[in-house]
Design a protein around this ligand. Sequence first.
Ligand code: GDD
Ligand code: MN
Length: 380
Amino acid sequence: MPLSAVPTPASPAATPATGPGPVLSVVIPTLNEAGNVAELVSRIERALSGVAWEVIFVDDNSPDGTAAVAKRLSLSDRRVRCIRRVERRGLAGACIEGILSSAAPYVAVMDADLQHDEAILPKMLAHLEQGDTDLVVGTRYVEGGSAAAFDARRGALSRIATRAAQRFLGTSLSDPMSGFFMLRREVVEAMAGELSSEGFKILLDIVTTAGGRLRIAEEPFVFRSRFSGESKFDSRVGIEFLGLLLGKMTFGVVNPRFLLFGLVGAAGLGVHLIVLKASLLYASAFFPTAQSLATVTAMGNNFLLNNFLTYRDRRLKGLAMLKGFAGFCLIGAAGAVTNVGIASYFYDERPVWWLAGMTGALMGLLWNYTMSSRFVWHTR
Ligand code: GDD
Ligand code: MN
């Protein structure tokens, strides 16, 4: 049966085609929040009486059926929408997708678990409607706000992350890690392609990407305890944030690729020593021969591991792989010269063998990494 032949069920209250859309979309990322959805919607309804609002749940296929619960609400309330994403994960990406699905001039982002106080939504909206503000951040760290609901460990982590972000990322926000904010939708539309879809740091990402161009206001709120379900914050989120900080502090040199490159290098050293020992022991090879064999094996090992892990997104195949290996060896040889040169210079200045040795090795690693990225795997 062709689709057009499917009879449309007669609806008792057909929705009118015309009429103004919402002024405010409240985007709510969800992962296993089924027990919070209904309570949250009813609280938002109470808080936003007199405002044309909608809520957009963006659910990452939660096993607890959050999306189904939200869609059941949609059937009796057109202001409730739900985007169900499959095979995708991530708080930031969910927020961006929700924001981009909106047509309203103003968009808020808030957590589903009722930790964010919906009562300040009207105040946030008032800031934006006055026309002199692009972004309003719900903050726990000014007079009138509080993060006392955090346990001691999360509270300490949050304070450290806040300080670190203020110091190293140059933001003056009092609560840069806040997940509660409202902005003019255009702000995100304009930079959507540049935002990272991973991790929890969406607000920070928006503010740093805008690079000081946003007019920002803050609105204090008291962070509450979770209503139902469990937090999704885990060590991965923390490590990711550390990675972001390290990256900014080293002007982008320290990043996941660089760390993998370093690990592969360390594995290569292991391979080198094993091959050296084995050829001396079992093949009773002449030392220079054994050392050369070990070097070539380690280079091959490093090239292959980097090709399959570090640069898996730009993996070389066939002839390009051979050419790549030749380039990798050349860069490595030059890297060794750099390494020895710098280490010797350091040793002359300050004869501490391990300090000079490590400095040389680190410089060699940096050289190999930047040159290989550029000329072997052609990043950027
Ligand atoms: N769609 C989607 N996908 N939603 C997610 C994901 C994901 O991978 N991970 C978490 N969420 C949703 C949760 O369901 C919740 O609605 C919201 O994002 C926040 O997650 P929580 O698990 O409640 O985080 P939290 O309370 O520990 O962390 C809060 O404080 C942090 C800073 O202290 C949040 O407000 C964070 O945004 C904030 O960075
Ligand atoms: Mn929470």
